[in-house]
Write a protein that binds this ligand. Structure first.
Ligand SMILES: *Cc1c(COP(=O)(O)O)cnc(C)c1O
Length: 370
Protein backbone atom coordinates (compact mmCIF):
# COMPACT_ATOMS: atom_id res chain seq x y z
CA UNK A 1 0.00 0.00 0.00
CA UNK A 2 1.19 3.57 -0.74
CA UNK A 3 0.59 6.24 1.87
CA UNK A 4 1.57 9.66 0.50
CA UNK A 5 2.29 12.53 2.88
CA UNK A 6 0.09 14.98 1.02
CA UNK A 7 -2.40 15.17 -1.83
CA UNK A 8 -2.41 18.79 -3.00
CA UNK A 9 -4.11 18.16 -6.39
CA UNK A 10 -6.80 16.22 -4.48
CA UNK A 11 -7.69 19.41 -2.61
CA UNK A 12 -8.08 21.26 -5.91
CA UNK A 13 -10.42 18.58 -7.27
CA UNK A 14 -12.78 19.11 -4.32
CA UNK A 15 -13.12 22.85 -4.96
CA UNK A 16 -12.34 23.31 -8.65
CA UNK A 17 -15.98 24.27 -9.25
CA UNK A 18 -15.23 27.36 -7.10
CA UNK A 19 -11.63 28.02 -8.16
CA UNK A 20 -11.94 27.77 -11.95
CA UNK A 21 -14.67 30.42 -12.45
CA UNK A 22 -13.02 32.75 -9.91
CA UNK A 23 -9.69 32.56 -11.74
CA UNK A 24 -11.39 33.15 -15.09
CA UNK A 25 -13.16 36.19 -13.68
CA UNK A 26 -9.97 37.66 -12.23
CA UNK A 27 -8.13 37.17 -15.52
CA UNK A 28 -10.97 38.67 -17.54
CA UNK A 29 -11.51 41.72 -15.31
CA UNK A 30 -7.83 42.44 -14.68
CA UNK A 31 -8.48 42.98 -10.94
CA UNK A 32 -5.23 41.30 -9.91
CA UNK A 33 -4.35 42.94 -6.59
CA UNK A 34 -6.13 44.14 -3.42
CA UNK A 35 -9.55 43.23 -4.76
CA UNK A 36 -12.69 41.54 -3.50
CA UNK A 37 -11.10 38.15 -2.82
CA UNK A 38 -8.48 39.75 -0.57
CA UNK A 39 -11.26 41.51 1.30
CA UNK A 40 -13.34 38.36 1.62
CA UNK A 41 -10.41 36.32 2.91
CA UNK A 42 -9.43 39.01 5.42
CA UNK A 43 -12.98 39.47 6.66
CA UNK A 44 -13.84 35.78 6.96
CA UNK A 45 -10.65 34.82 8.75
CA UNK A 46 -10.66 37.79 11.12
CA UNK A 47 -14.21 36.80 12.01
CA UNK A 48 -13.35 33.12 12.46
CA UNK A 49 -10.43 34.05 14.71
CA UNK A 50 -12.48 36.54 16.68
CA UNK A 51 -10.11 39.45 16.00
CA UNK A 52 -10.77 42.91 14.57
CA UNK A 53 -8.37 42.92 11.63
CA UNK A 54 -7.00 40.49 9.04
CA UNK A 55 -4.35 41.76 6.64
CA UNK A 56 -3.59 39.52 3.65
CA UNK A 57 0.10 39.38 2.75
CA UNK A 58 2.58 37.70 0.46
CA UNK A 59 3.64 35.00 2.93
CA UNK A 60 3.54 33.87 6.52
CA UNK A 61 7.11 35.08 6.82
CA UNK A 62 6.02 38.59 5.81
CA UNK A 63 3.16 38.41 8.31
CA UNK A 64 5.71 37.82 11.08
CA UNK A 65 8.16 40.47 9.86
CA UNK A 66 5.54 43.13 9.14
CA UNK A 67 3.68 42.30 12.36
CA UNK A 68 6.86 42.72 14.41
CA UNK A 69 7.76 45.97 12.70
CA UNK A 70 4.22 47.33 13.04
CA UNK A 71 4.25 46.41 16.73
CA UNK A 72 7.39 48.47 17.18
CA UNK A 73 10.00 45.74 17.61
CA UNK A 74 13.38 46.81 16.27
CA UNK A 75 17.10 47.31 16.87
CA UNK A 76 18.22 46.67 20.43
CA UNK A 77 15.17 44.61 21.37
CA UNK A 78 15.35 40.98 22.46
CA UNK A 79 12.61 38.55 21.49
CA UNK A 80 12.24 35.29 23.43
CA UNK A 81 11.37 32.27 21.28
CA UNK A 82 12.47 28.70 20.60
CA UNK A 83 14.95 27.11 18.20
CA UNK A 84 12.60 24.21 17.41
CA UNK A 85 10.70 25.92 14.60
CA UNK A 86 10.76 26.78 10.93
CA UNK A 87 13.53 29.25 10.15
CA UNK A 88 11.11 32.09 9.30
CA UNK A 89 10.27 32.67 12.97
CA UNK A 90 13.85 33.56 13.82
CA UNK A 91 14.93 35.01 10.46
CA UNK A 92 12.26 37.72 10.75
CA UNK A 93 13.32 38.66 14.31
CA UNK A 94 16.81 39.28 12.93
CA UNK A 95 15.47 41.09 9.85
CA UNK A 96 13.68 43.74 11.94
CA UNK A 97 16.98 44.32 13.75
CA UNK A 98 16.10 42.52 16.98
CA UNK A 99 17.90 39.65 18.71
CA UNK A 100 16.36 36.20 19.14
CA UNK A 101 16.81 34.64 22.59
CA UNK A 102 16.22 30.90 22.62
CA UNK A 103 14.59 28.97 25.44
CA UNK A 104 13.99 25.24 25.50
CA UNK A 105 10.79 23.40 24.57
CA UNK A 106 8.52 20.88 26.28
CA UNK A 107 9.28 17.36 25.10
CA UNK A 108 5.79 16.08 24.23
CA UNK A 109 4.27 19.32 22.88
CA UNK A 110 7.40 20.69 21.14
CA UNK A 111 6.51 24.27 22.16
CA UNK A 112 8.04 26.89 24.44
CA UNK A 113 8.45 25.87 28.09
CA UNK A 114 6.91 28.72 30.12
CA UNK A 115 8.92 27.69 33.20
CA UNK A 116 12.12 28.72 31.39
CA UNK A 117 10.99 32.10 30.05
CA UNK A 118 11.60 34.28 33.11
CA UNK A 119 15.27 33.30 33.38
CA UNK A 120 15.76 34.55 29.81
CA UNK A 121 14.27 38.01 30.45
CA UNK A 122 16.75 40.93 30.48
CA UNK A 123 16.23 44.72 30.53
CA UNK A 124 16.28 44.57 26.70
CA UNK A 125 13.52 41.96 26.36
CA UNK A 126 10.63 43.42 24.39
CA UNK A 127 8.50 40.45 23.39
CA UNK A 128 7.80 36.74 23.64
CA UNK A 129 7.16 34.94 20.35
CA UNK A 130 5.54 31.55 21.02
CA UNK A 131 5.15 29.17 18.07
CA UNK A 132 1.88 27.21 17.94
CA UNK A 133 3.64 24.24 16.42
CA UNK A 134 1.96 21.33 14.59
CA UNK A 135 -1.58 22.71 15.11
CA UNK A 136 -1.90 23.25 18.83
CA UNK A 137 -1.58 26.41 20.88
CA UNK A 138 1.19 26.99 23.40
CA UNK A 139 0.42 27.29 27.11
CA UNK A 140 -1.04 30.78 26.64
CA UNK A 141 -2.33 31.45 30.20
CA UNK A 142 1.21 30.92 31.54
CA UNK A 143 2.84 32.94 28.74
CA UNK A 144 0.37 35.84 29.00
CA UNK A 145 0.83 35.94 32.77
CA UNK A 146 4.61 36.26 32.41
CA UNK A 147 4.18 38.92 29.72
CA UNK A 148 1.85 40.97 31.93
CA UNK A 149 4.11 40.80 34.96
CA UNK A 150 7.17 41.87 32.96
CA UNK A 151 5.38 44.30 30.65
CA UNK A 152 6.31 42.38 27.47
CA UNK A 153 4.50 42.08 24.18
CA UNK A 154 3.40 38.69 22.88
CA UNK A 155 3.41 37.95 19.14
CA UNK A 156 2.09 34.59 18.00
CA UNK A 157 3.61 32.48 15.24
CA UNK A 158 0.30 30.97 14.11
CA UNK A 159 1.69 29.80 10.75
CA UNK A 160 0.59 26.24 11.59
CA UNK A 161 -2.46 27.18 13.67
CA UNK A 162 -5.21 28.52 11.44
CA UNK A 163 -8.65 28.17 13.14
CA UNK A 164 -6.94 26.61 16.16
CA UNK A 165 -8.16 27.50 19.63
CA UNK A 166 -7.52 27.25 23.37
CA UNK A 167 -10.34 27.65 25.89
CA UNK A 168 -12.44 28.81 22.94
CA UNK A 169 -10.01 31.62 21.99
CA UNK A 170 -8.45 31.30 18.55
CA UNK A 171 -4.81 31.90 17.64
CA UNK A 172 -4.30 35.63 17.31
CA UNK A 173 -6.67 36.38 20.18
CA UNK A 174 -3.90 36.40 22.80
CA UNK A 175 -0.98 38.51 21.61
CA UNK A 176 -0.78 41.90 19.94
CA UNK A 177 -0.76 40.13 16.56
CA UNK A 178 -0.33 36.72 14.95
CA UNK A 179 1.10 35.56 11.63
CA UNK A 180 -0.69 32.83 9.66
CA UNK A 181 0.85 31.03 6.65
CA UNK A 182 -0.92 29.78 3.53
CA UNK A 183 2.12 28.02 2.13
CA UNK A 184 1.06 25.11 -0.13
CA UNK A 185 1.44 22.41 2.54
CA UNK A 186 -0.29 24.24 5.41
CA UNK A 187 -3.81 23.18 6.48
CA UNK A 188 -5.14 25.99 4.29
CA UNK A 189 -2.71 26.20 1.38
CA UNK A 190 -2.49 28.62 -1.54
CA UNK A 191 -1.27 27.76 -5.03
CA UNK A 192 2.07 29.21 -3.95
CA UNK A 193 2.78 31.66 -1.15
CA UNK A 194 0.42 33.66 1.03
CA UNK A 195 0.03 34.85 4.61
CA UNK A 196 -2.23 36.77 6.95
CA UNK A 197 -1.65 39.06 9.90
CA UNK A 198 -4.34 38.91 12.59
CA UNK A 199 -4.62 41.69 15.16
CA UNK A 200 -7.02 43.44 17.52
CA UNK A 201 -4.77 46.51 17.54
CA UNK A 202 -5.93 49.32 15.24
CA UNK A 203 -2.48 50.91 14.98
CA UNK A 204 -0.75 47.60 14.14
CA UNK A 205 -3.40 47.02 11.47
CA UNK A 206 -2.96 50.48 9.99
CA UNK A 207 0.82 50.24 9.92
CA UNK A 208 0.77 46.70 8.45
CA UNK A 209 -1.49 47.78 5.61
CA UNK A 210 0.92 50.61 4.89
CA UNK A 211 4.02 48.39 5.17
CA UNK A 212 2.63 45.90 2.65
CA UNK A 213 2.62 48.68 -0.01
CA UNK A 214 6.04 50.26 0.55
CA UNK A 215 5.02 52.22 3.64
CA UNK A 216 2.61 54.32 1.61
CA UNK A 217 0.41 56.68 3.61
CA UNK A 218 -3.14 57.77 2.91
CA UNK A 219 -2.05 59.49 -0.27
CA UNK A 220 -0.65 57.63 -3.24
CA UNK A 221 3.13 58.01 -3.67
CA UNK A 222 3.58 59.63 -0.26
CA UNK A 223 5.45 57.46 2.26
CA UNK A 224 5.17 57.25 6.04
CA UNK A 225 8.00 54.76 6.47
CA UNK A 226 10.19 52.27 4.63
CA UNK A 227 8.08 49.27 3.68
CA UNK A 228 7.84 46.21 1.45
CA UNK A 229 5.98 44.78 -1.52
CA UNK A 230 3.80 42.23 0.20
CA UNK A 231 0.34 42.24 -1.34
CA UNK A 232 -1.42 38.92 -1.79
CA UNK A 233 -2.33 38.16 -5.40
CA UNK A 234 -6.09 38.02 -6.00
CA UNK A 235 -5.56 34.63 -7.67
CA UNK A 236 -4.20 33.31 -4.38
CA UNK A 237 -6.96 34.90 -2.32
CA UNK A 238 -9.59 33.29 -4.59
CA UNK A 239 -7.97 29.86 -4.21
CA UNK A 240 -7.86 30.32 -0.43
CA UNK A 241 -11.51 31.45 -0.19
CA UNK A 242 -12.52 28.35 -2.16
CA UNK A 243 -10.50 25.98 0.05
CA UNK A 244 -11.71 27.77 3.19
CA UNK A 245 -15.20 26.37 2.51
CA UNK A 246 -13.73 22.88 3.10
CA UNK A 247 -11.27 23.65 5.91
CA UNK A 248 -13.46 22.54 8.81
CA UNK A 249 -14.32 19.26 7.10
CA UNK A 250 -10.65 18.65 6.25
CA UNK A 251 -9.59 19.43 9.83
CA UNK A 252 -12.28 17.12 11.21
CA UNK A 253 -10.92 14.28 9.10
CA UNK A 254 -7.35 15.06 10.24
CA UNK A 255 -8.54 14.80 13.84
CA UNK A 256 -10.13 11.39 13.20
CA UNK A 257 -6.88 10.04 11.79
CA UNK A 258 -4.78 11.60 14.55
CA UNK A 259 -7.04 10.13 17.20
CA UNK A 260 -6.68 6.70 15.58
CA UNK A 261 -2.89 7.10 15.83
CA UNK A 262 -3.07 8.38 19.42
CA UNK A 263 -5.13 5.40 20.62
CA UNK A 264 -3.11 2.78 18.78
CA UNK A 265 0.32 4.13 19.77
CA UNK A 266 -0.46 5.02 23.39
CA UNK A 267 1.22 1.90 24.81
CA UNK A 268 3.96 1.62 22.20
CA UNK A 269 7.61 2.68 22.39
CA UNK A 270 6.76 5.84 20.42
CA UNK A 271 6.50 9.12 22.27
CA UNK A 272 3.14 10.48 21.17
CA UNK A 273 2.07 14.12 21.17
CA UNK A 274 0.38 15.47 24.30
CA UNK A 275 -2.64 17.64 23.59
CA UNK A 276 -3.46 20.11 26.38
CA UNK A 277 -7.00 19.44 27.61
CA UNK A 278 -8.02 23.06 26.92
CA UNK A 279 -6.74 22.88 23.32
CA UNK A 280 -8.62 22.15 20.11
CA UNK A 281 -5.85 20.65 17.97
CA UNK A 282 -5.91 21.00 14.18
CA UNK A 283 -3.07 18.50 13.62
CA UNK A 284 -0.97 20.37 11.11
CA UNK A 285 1.51 17.56 11.74
CA UNK A 286 1.21 14.29 13.61
CA UNK A 287 4.68 14.03 15.15
CA UNK A 288 6.04 11.18 17.25
CA UNK A 289 9.42 10.55 18.91
CA UNK A 290 11.63 7.46 18.83
CA UNK A 291 15.34 6.82 19.49
CA UNK A 292 15.55 4.63 16.37
CA UNK A 293 13.94 7.25 14.17
CA UNK A 294 16.20 6.95 11.15
CA UNK A 295 15.91 3.14 10.94
CA UNK A 296 12.14 3.29 11.42
CA UNK A 297 11.73 5.96 8.73
CA UNK A 298 13.82 3.90 6.32
CA UNK A 299 11.62 0.89 7.08
CA UNK A 300 8.43 2.89 6.52
CA UNK A 301 9.81 3.99 3.18
CA UNK A 302 10.15 0.34 2.17
CA UNK A 303 6.56 -0.14 3.32
CA UNK A 304 5.41 2.65 0.96
CA UNK A 305 4.70 5.10 3.79
CA UNK A 306 5.95 8.68 3.56
CA UNK A 307 7.26 10.42 6.66
CA UNK A 308 9.18 13.65 7.23
CA UNK A 309 11.32 15.35 9.87
CA UNK A 310 10.18 18.74 11.25
CA UNK A 311 12.84 19.87 12.14
CA UNK A 312 16.09 17.90 11.86
CA UNK A 313 18.51 20.56 13.16
CA UNK A 314 17.43 23.24 15.65
CA UNK A 315 18.13 26.81 14.59
CA UNK A 316 20.82 27.58 17.19
CA UNK A 317 22.98 24.90 15.54
CA UNK A 318 22.81 26.47 12.05
CA UNK A 319 25.80 28.63 11.15
CA UNK A 320 23.92 31.91 10.44
CA UNK A 321 22.10 31.71 13.81
CA UNK A 322 24.80 30.10 15.96
CA UNK A 323 25.96 33.39 17.51
CA UNK A 324 22.49 34.01 18.95
CA UNK A 325 22.55 30.75 20.92
CA UNK A 326 24.72 28.99 23.45
CA UNK A 327 25.88 26.23 21.13
CA UNK A 328 25.42 22.45 21.31
CA UNK A 329 24.13 21.35 24.71
CA UNK A 330 22.49 24.70 25.51
CA UNK A 331 18.95 23.52 24.65
CA UNK A 332 18.93 19.86 25.73
CA UNK A 333 15.25 19.06 25.09
CA UNK A 334 15.23 20.84 21.71
CA UNK A 335 18.37 18.98 20.67
CA UNK A 336 17.05 15.61 21.84
CA UNK A 337 13.63 15.86 20.20
CA UNK A 338 15.24 17.07 16.96
CA UNK A 339 16.98 13.69 16.79
CA UNK A 340 13.87 11.69 17.70
CA UNK A 341 10.97 13.40 15.95
CA UNK A 342 9.27 12.41 12.73
CA UNK A 343 5.87 13.20 11.27
CA UNK A 344 3.39 10.79 9.69
CA UNK A 345 0.78 11.39 6.98
CA UNK A 346 -2.31 12.86 8.66
CA UNK A 347 -4.10 14.68 5.83
CA UNK A 348 -7.78 14.24 5.02
CA UNK A 349 -6.74 12.30 1.89
CA UNK A 350 -6.05 9.20 4.02
CA UNK A 351 -8.53 6.35 4.27
CA UNK A 352 -9.07 4.39 7.49
CA UNK A 353 -7.27 1.48 5.80
CA UNK A 354 -4.23 3.63 5.09
CA UNK A 355 -4.17 4.96 8.66
CA UNK A 356 -4.43 1.42 10.04
CA UNK A 357 -1.63 0.29 7.74
CA UNK A 358 0.60 3.11 9.06
CA UNK A 359 -0.16 1.99 12.62
CA UNK A 360 0.46 -1.68 11.83
CA UNK A 361 3.82 -0.95 10.17
CA UNK A 362 4.88 1.42 12.98
CA UNK A 363 4.17 -1.24 15.59
CA UNK A 364 5.97 -3.90 13.54
CA UNK A 365 8.99 -1.64 12.96
CA UNK A 366 9.41 -0.78 16.64
CA UNK A 367 9.90 -4.44 17.66
CA UNK A 368 12.39 -5.04 14.84
CA UNK A 369 14.57 -2.11 15.89
CA UNK A 370 14.06 -2.39 19.67
C1 LIG B 1 5.31 27.97 7.33
C2 LIG B 1 5.85 28.63 8.55
C3 LIG B 1 6.27 29.98 8.56
C4 LIG B 1 6.42 30.81 7.33
O1 LIG B 1 5.36 30.88 6.49
P1 LIG B 1 5.57 31.06 4.89
O2 LIG B 1 4.18 31.30 4.43
O3 LIG B 1 6.18 29.80 4.37
O4 LIG B 1 6.44 32.24 4.69
C5 LIG B 1 6.64 30.55 9.77
N1 LIG B 1 6.65 29.83 10.90
C6 LIG B 1 6.28 28.54 10.94
C7 LIG B 1 6.29 27.82 12.24
C8 LIG B 1 5.89 27.90 9.77
O5 LIG B 1 5.55 26.61 9.80
Amino acid sequence: MRVPFLDIPGQYKEVRHLIDPAIAEIMETGAYVLGKWNTQLETELAQRHGVKHGIALNSGTDALRIGMQAAGIGPGDEVITTAFTFVATVETIVQVGAVPVFVDVIENTFDIDPDLIEAAITPRTKAILPIHLFGQLCDMPAIMDIARRHNLMVLEDAAQAIVTSQDGVMAGGFGICAGVSFYVTKNLGAAGDGGLLLTNDDEVARRSKSLRVHGMGRERYYYDEIGYTSRMAELQAAVLCAKLTRLDAWNARRAEIAERYQAALADSSYGIPYIRPNNECTWHQYTVRHDDRDAIMAGLKEDGIDSAIYYPVPLHLHEPYAHFGGGAGSLPVTERVSKQCFSLPVGHHLSDEQADYVIQRLLARQSVTA
